[in-house]
Design a protein around this ligand. Sequence first.
Ligand SMILES: NC(=O)c1ccc[n+]([C@@H]2O[C@H](COP(=O)([O-])OP(=O)(O)OC[C@H]3O[C@@H](n4cnc5c(N)ncnc54)[C@H](O)[C@@H]3O)[C@@H](O)[C@H]2O)c1
Length: 274
Amino acid sequence: MFMKGKKGVILGVANNKSIAYGIAKACAAQGAEIAFTYLNDSLKKRVEPIAAEFGSSDKVYACDVSNPAEIVALRESLEKDMGQIDFIVHSIAFAPKSGLSGRFYDISKEAFDIAMDVSVYSLIEVTRELKPLLSNNSSILTLTYYGGAKYIPNYNLMGVAKAALEMTTKYMAEDLGKDGIRVNAISAGPIKTLAAAGIGEFRFMLKWNEAHAPMKKNVTIDEVGNSGMYLLSDLSSAVTGEIHYVDGGFNIMGMPAVSFDEDGKQTIAWDGNK
Ligand SMILES: NC(=O)c1ccc[n+]([C@@H]2O[C@H](COP(=O)([O-])OP(=O)(O)OC[C@H]3O[C@@H](n4cnc5c(N)ncnc54)[C@H](O)[C@@H]3O)[C@@H](O)[C@H]2O)c1
C-alpha cells in the first residue's frame, strides 16, 4: 500500500474516462484518501458517484478554477474535512475551440487569456491557496502533452499553454522544494476524453501515435494513473520538476520508423488510410 495514510485532492474528474479518474483509481488502490472537485452542476452529477466509488461521498467540492472565490472555498472545506493533505492532482485544461484548429496566428487575445488562466495560472493559484494545508512531504502533479514541447497539428493554443505549464512545473518545483513539496508533470500520450474531443483531427493523432510510438500502442488512463501514483507517493521521494512521458515512447522518435518490402524498397511503416 504505497499511499496508505496519504490524503489529497484531485481536481479534474469529469467522468470515468478522465485521466484524473485513472489517477484516483491507482491512488485509491494503494490506500489513499481522496477529495474530488467538479467544475459545474452538470458535472457534479457525474463526479458524485465516482467519489462514492472511492469512499469519498463526503468529500466532493465545487471548484471552477477561473473563480478565485471557489479556490478559497475549496481550501476552507478541505481544512475542515481533511486537515492536512499530502497531494494535489491538477488535471485541468481548457481552451476555446477557436484555438484548437485553423491558423495559429488567428488566435484571439480573449481565447489566449482564457486558456492561460484555466490551464496554467490555476496550478499556481491552487497551490498557493492550498499550501497551508500541505504536509512537508507532499507532491503535486499536473498533466501536460507533447504539443507543449514540439509542434503538433491543431494543438495550437493548448501547445503554448502546455509549454507554459511545463515551465511553471519547474519553477514551482524549485520554489517549493525547500518546503518539502515536490511538483511534477506527466506528459501523457493522446487518450480519448472529453477534453480531447475539442482538438481538431484528434482521431488522426491517436492513429499516428499508435503507429509510430515504439510500443505501437496508445496509452490508457490506468497506465497514466499508475505513473501518477508513483509521482504522488514516496516511491518518487527525490523526483521533482520532471516532465515524465507516459506515451509508449512516442516522444523519443525523430522520424517515423521505416521498413523494407520484399524487393528491398524502403516503405513508410504506416498506411494512414487503414
Ligand atoms: N486526453 C489527452 O489526450 C491528454 C493528453 C495529455 C494531457 N492531457 C491533459 O490531461 C488533463 C485532463 O484532461 P482529460 O484528457 O482527462 O480530459 P477531461 O475532460 O476528462 O478533464 C479535463 C477537466 O478539466 C476540467 N476543467 C475545465 N475547465 C475548468 C475550470 N475552469 N475549473 C475547473 N476545472 C475545469 C473539466 O471539468 C474536466 O474535469 C488536461 O490538462 C489535459 O490537457 C490530456
